[in-house]
Unconditional design. Structure first.
Length: 209
């Protein structure tokens, strides 16, 4: 893991330097000034933009679903995705959208602006589910020492953990062996896509593979 991080940091440094060289060359070609406060601010902005685009990456630690009876058929409707940032940085979930694609329909879920701590509640029986309507999602905070998730809708440390919860509408609910493609779109950074496969489970709660 240490070697991977070292390689990643080296790559970032090389990329940022390359971006700055390209920016400087472009400035010279277009005749723009390359000295003074404006240039320093522009360089800072370029560095910030590059870092945001490369390092804003959402890790997925766990992915669970819960079977329930829908019109006499056992289906997964409630889904919970455990997430964390790859590095310590702000990820604003008020600007995040989720895309669900089952191969026939594509649905978009938006943040409900509601997040709460897990406290003593069971994950799939948490009161926050009462605010889920089939087109939005909320966050259940698992680890958040500075309360950034609950107070500001922001995950800002790589130690932060939260379950992103949403409920599929009846027509998208998953029977066993169904699969859907889930894509997370942050406001900046790298889009994350995973495949949720509903394997057979005797218990009501299953872990997606």
């Amino acid at each position: 893991m240490g070697r991977f991080r070292s390689t990643g940091i080296t790559f970032l440094m090389i990329l940022i330097i390359s971006m700055l060289i390209i920016y400087s060359a472009a400035s010279l070609i277009t005749g723009e000034t390359t000295s003074g406060t404006t240039t320093e601010q522009d360089y800072d902005q370029v560095v910030d933009d590059v870092l945001d685009e490369i390092t804003t990456y959402i890790q997925i630690k766990d992915q669970k679903g819960k079977y329930t009876e829908i019109n006499g058929v056992r289906k997964i409707q409630k889904i919970a995705i455990l997430i964390s940032p790859l590095v310590s940085q702000d990820i604003d979930f008020s600007a995040l959208t989720i895309q669900i694609d089952n191969g026939e329909m594509v649905n978009i879920f938006y943040y409900s602006n509601r997040s709460e701590k897990i406290q003593g509640n069971s994950l799939f029986e948490h009161p926050l589910w009462d605010n889920i309507n089939g087109s939005n999602f909320s966050l259940i905070s698992i680890n958040d020492r500075d309360n950034s998730i609950v107070d500001f809708n922001i995950i800002n440390k790589n130690s932060d953990l939260a379950y992103l919860i949403f409920e599929l509408p009846d027509y998208l609910a998953m029977e066993k062996y169904d699969e859907i493609k889930l894509t997370l779109f942050p406001d900046t950074g790298i889009t994350r896509t995973i495949l949720l496969y509903a394997h057979f489970s005797i218990s009501s709660i299953c872990t997606f593979e």
